[in-house]
Unconditional design. Sequence first.
Length: 668
Amino acid sequence: MTIDGTDDLLRYAENVPVTPDEAVETAIEFAALPKRKGAFRRLLRRPGPTIALVYLVILGLSAVFAKWVAPYDPNEQDIPNRLATPSWSHWLGTDDLGRDFLSRIIYGARVSLVVSLSVIAIAMAIALVVGLFSGYTGGAVDNVIMRVADGGLSFPPLVLALAVAGILGPGTENVILALSIVFVFGLTRLVRGTALAIREEPFVEASRAAGSRTRRILAHRVLPNVRSPLLIAATFGIAAVLLAEAGLAYLGLGPRPPTASWGSMLRQAYDRTLYSASWQLLVPGAAIAITIFAFNVLGDGLRDVLGVGRSKKAKRSERRGLTTAARPGAGAGTAATAPTDGSLLAVDGLCVEFVGERGVSRVVDQVSLTIRPGETVGLVGESGSGKTVTSLSVMRLVPSPPGRIVDGHIWFEGRDLLASSFKDMRALRGTGISMIFQDPMTSLDPAFTIGSQLVEAQRLHGKRTRAQARGRAIELLELVGVPAPEARLRQFPHQLSGGLRQRVMIAIALANEPRLLIADEPTTALDVTVQAQILELLKRLQRELGMAILFVTHDLGVIADLCDRVAVMYAGQIVEEASVHQLFARPQHPYTEGLLNAMPQVGRLDERLAVIRGQVPLPHEMPAGCRFAARCDYVVPECRTEPVALIEHDGSLVRCSRVGDLVLRGAE
């Protein structure tokens, strides 16, 4: 049975009796399945790749049916009519032997494409077998195979092709063999690298644990994940082979005369008709260039829709480091002028979308939040609720693509950040707003010392000399409680414990005295003792420096210990906002009640820990009504039909249509 998507998997599990081993195997196959559904449709929505594909299809059909498409036999000579200019009877004229040039171009396409496709097919077949075996098994065999591949790749491709073709002699078969040898090394390394990465994936480990044979793992787990990068490499490879074949044919090592190929036609035109019929040099050259360009455009399109690597547009956007803000404030209900309530940060109607394989998904929907100077606001919710995307959007750090801010305003000290330029945002980051992340080991550069990174954080904004920055770095480390700060400046991140690394990250964030610190789950990767120390450090720093904090977490215990106000997020929306005391004592939303009930209670070992059944809906599967309805114990039919607005009730902001009817249990 073919399983395609979560719904099919659930129906299969409900209706088909299976043994435990079969159930494990089915789950592993589903996890290993690359999600590529609809890739061809997405490709056709891109004008560039679509035009390239149409051109290549027309070219391929013309080559296959050249006997019926070409107006003349490519080798039919008409000596009295040699070197004829383009006319109605000969659209591209005739060559020095009176042969119709258009017919030879069409038949030449057949030869060039056959050589290119044959080379890639042979090289891919060898690379798949050798690369999969090498990458999955590893060990001495892998080392030998890779050294051979490295040796082959050490030669310039065309030089190696010339050497092999020179030994074998001219001819179509010899060209195919020579170029297959040249291209097999790179493809083997590609397959081997992909297989090497995939063999450590959890679904492969689970398949091995379930007792699957190596052959089955390679065929059903590794190969499906190798196909996409290999397909993209093959598309670019065909263009490279086409150029290499033209080069060999131009040098006389291609198909033997009178067989037409684009490279041999270039050579003949250069030797015989360069001055008398120069268009005969331009036509095959243009055909080669356009076809190579078409394959490259198609390869770019495949890479984008299959999600392998990053497009050039994505790389440019990532280098700029600025989230795209498409028509900020275009939607209804968003403020057009800066707030006048004295807030430091005001997020109003923020909407963030991601473009993915399933289309456009809204991951943050109409989020509004304010933070006053010196205040600590908690943003809490389970994984997938949109907390991190919201915090990254404040600094416009959501990668674009795939992310983009499509509506709302983000005001900081009266300035709309969504209307700010990259230069302005770069000047604001680290000075007005700083951010610390969950895992300091991935945030600190392992190649540089702690001191160099602290100095760099200060000098990026040009405020201090190197000596001043170094002195300030020692002060910062003392401020965050790092012992022996001068010695720590000379150490690398891997030489510090997790708690010290997080203290260093806090020091870097405070280097330029920001007014707002965004902390994205900074204690999650730490043990309980170190977590308490970091929380106490943040409270002390806030008292001493007077900065505001936006604290992102999934731990309500941390919220109770640190924050003044808290906003609860679920499925991209804020469902409740209140002071910490009020939220813990009188929750107004069923989701908040569920989070509070799920907190472990000291001294209550006899009770089973409460859980919230179900999971957060996926961004592309959001329900029409209340997004928590499927998991709510108080749901009524009206909850599922209409969107629920965020309203004020009893001193809280609540997104629940039954807010006046429910009496919910708070934390004890």
